[in-house]
Design a protein around this ligand. Structure first.
Ligand code: FES
Ligand code: FES
Length: 179
């Protein structure tokens, strides 16, 4: 898999026979990559597009560490064919926060409540929580646990993570995903 353009990059005049151009919105900006049939979304994100915040754990759709938002919905990027990104809006962990690298409210809550230890699960957890808060701005702890059931964490025991999402939700006037 290779990139043919990223943001304002140079356009490509042709694609290799086994690859097709895939154009989508990534963290608010238009991008275009060349993707083989076997490329997964996580491959193009971490590879051609250089966004390594999305982590690969199981590679089988079972651990949640690779979670990104696709049209506002949390999706494991390890099982989504890259070609299915065509025309969609994708948000990764790099798309959160402010222009100077400031953490958003949800990210700050993870830090403040100890929801980050080794951090490997964290980008996926944050993206899944963000999707939940978009749908349900003030979820109960039980709803948070249900929404994050597909995201595995070996470190925190989930108590701190649930507390972080709960705090973000209760401090939110916009779903907790921003500000
Ligand atoms: S790496 Fe995608 S769900 Fe585990
Ligand atoms: S913080 Fe280590 S796996 Fe979650």
């Amino acid at each position: 898999m290779s990139a043919c353009a990223q943001g304002g990059g140079a356009p490509v005049s042709h694609a290799p026979a086994d690859k097709v151009r895939v154009a989508f919105t990534l963290n608010g900006a238009p991008v275009e990559v060349l993707a083989a049939a076997t490329d997964r979304l996580i491959d193009v994100l971490r590879g051609a597009l250089g966004l390594v915040g999305t982590r690969e754990g199981c590679g089988a759709g079972e651990c949640g560490s690779c979670t990104v938002e696709v049209d506002g919905r949390a999706v494991p990027s390890c099982i989504l064919p890259a070609r299915e990104a065509e025309g969609r809006s994708i948000t990764t962990i790099e798309g959160l926060g402010g222009p100077g690298g400031e953490l958003d409210r949800l990210q700050r809550a993870f830090v403040e409540h100890g929801g980050v230890q080794c951090g490997f699960c964290t980008p996926g957890m944050v993206m899944a929580a963000r999707s939940l808060l978009r749908r349900n701005p003030h979820p109960s702890p039980a709803e948070i646990r249900t929404a994050l059931a597909g995201n595995l964490c070996r470190c925190t025991g989930y108590v701190q993570i649930v507390a972080a999402v709960d705090a973000a939700g209760h401090g939110a006037d916009d779903g907790g995903a921003h500000g």
